[in-house]
Design a protein around this ligand. Structure first.
Ligand code: XBP
Ligand code: MG
Length: 266
């Protein structure tokens, strides 16, 4: 059956520019463990190609062999736990506000009867802390599913997290749209058969978003229109439920036009 029934959002970089807060939390954890490690923005941009804080720490130690790295390989869990505690406190201090259009689209989607889900590599408590800091408890009540990175084995770009989100929503991919900020997230959602609207973040601005349904500077607001970068949305200025429905219906019409004898040319 055709038609938009749910929106699925990535958290870090998509709802808010949280990666600077994660980076601050990592650096505070390194200080607390007396490690002479500092992740500056240039290094963090490269490390972000590895999804998952624990995996990122392991990759850093194995790739850069920093002082006391070998010793810390066995304590990555403790280090990441401390970092997560610091992140939650920094988020509580409202260090990451929602990006343009996020709260407006969430509210509109609920008002129009669409389901909402989150598909985050970070932990569910981190995602919930961000919702609470920006929308109070209202933010927690509006999601049918909040899927965190701890619940799946293979992180983005593997499709696992989006397949689990679809299962929790009880919907097929064709009735949903994903909002992502990174190439890993885009690949993950595409591999799950989903259409993806990409709103690049500070750390992902220069990545290759081939395959995206739409690439926009952000979701837009009435007085803060987005910049259209690629794909659907060239004639609009903000992502609304009506606009999404139009873009998807046009895309479905195109796909059915390009399907000959039941075989898609896509
Ligand atoms: C976000 C991540 C996370 C955060 C850090 O990717 O990869 O690892 O960077 O959070 P996405 P944790 O936006 O694709 O979900 O330390 O909790 O992993
Ligand atoms: Mg992201």
């Amino acid at each position: 059956m055709r038609g938009l029934k749910a929106l699925i959002f990535d958290v870090d970089g998509t709802l808010a520019e949280t990666e600077e807060v994660h980076r601050a939390a990592f650096n505070e954890a390194f200080k607390a463990f007396d490690l002479p490690w500092v992740w500056d923005q240039g290094l963090y941009r490269e490390l972000l190609l590895v999804s998952g804080g624990r995996e990122r720490l392991q990759h850093y130690i194995e790739t850069y062999d920093p002082p006391r790295g070998r010793e810390m390989l066995g304590r990555i869990g403790d280090l990441h736990k401390f970092k997560t505690q610091r992140f939650a406190r920094l988020i509580d201090d409202r260090r990451a506000r929602f990006r343009p259009g996020v709260e407006r689209l969430l509210d509109e989607a609920r008002a129009r009867g669409l389901k909402l889900a989150l598909a985050a590599t970070t932990s569910v408590p981190n995602a919930e802390a961000l919702l609470l800091a920006n929308m109070d408890t209202r933010g927690l009540d509006m999601f049918s599913a909040i899927v965190g990175g701890d619940e799946i084995t293979n992180r983005k770009p593997a499709p696992d997290i989006y397949l689990l989100a679809l299962e929790r929503l009880g919907l097929p991919a064709r009735n949903c749209v994903v909002f992502e900020d990174s190439v890993n997230g885009l690949k993950s959602a595409l591999a799950a058969g989903l259409r993806v609207v990409v709103t690049p973040s500070v750390y992902t601005a220069r990545q290759d978003f081939t395959g995206a349904f739409s690439v926009l500077s952000h979701l837009g607001d009435p007085f803060d229109p987005y910049e259209h970068l690629a794909g659907a949305g060239e004639q609009d200025r903000m992502v609304s439920v009506n606009a999404l429905r139009r873009w998807i219906d046009d895309d479905d019409d195109m796909r059915s036009l390009l399907t000959i004898g039941g075989r898609s040319l896509f």
